[in-house]
Write a protein that binds this ligand. Sequence first.
Ligand SMILES: [Zn+2]
Length: 206
Amino acid sequence: MNFSSKLLEDAVSEFAKLPGVGQKTALRLVLHLLGKEQEEVDTFGNTLIKLRRDIRHCSICHNISDLPVCSICSSPRRDKETICVVEDTRDVMAIENTSQFFGVYHVLGGLISPMDGVGPSDLFIDSLVQRVATTPVKEVVMALSATMEGDTTLFYLYKKLKDFQIPVTTIARGIAFGGELEYADEITLGRSIVTRIPYVSSIVKS
Ligand SMILES: [Zn+2]
């Protein structure tokens, strides 16, 4: 692309770094912003700066939060003894949208993936084990994607938690999670979070 302005070029190249945004879309977005009032663009930019600077992660479940402990972990209405393990914040949002789960979460921050160089120590696995070891827990629900990485992570977690003798369950697999969760429909996800199955039986079957 031949730009008539370095400022324009810089802005387009920043937008083009976003996932799924090519040069053409980036240019369209930048020109759109250029057509807006100064104040509106200031708000747009400042919101991003503030987001990156002020965002926290809940010290208990690692979900994205504005406070040291998130609204779910601090709610007296949530069942703290049922922990749902998910890959990232998007999964928490998808499950919350179903209004069918009343426990709390544990956000791993990814899945074990030797191909991508992600090992157990890169994820919030130790803190999950710590939670199970130090607080009363009656069930750990694994809501991880039905991919090789999801399976590897699930099996690793199961081994880690086995000695605590706490029921480990999974939601019905085949639910699109993680990057694809926006396509998972709420009713299906809601149903599978309610009718979860013990993890052991799913090993025996496969
Ligand atoms: Zn939390």
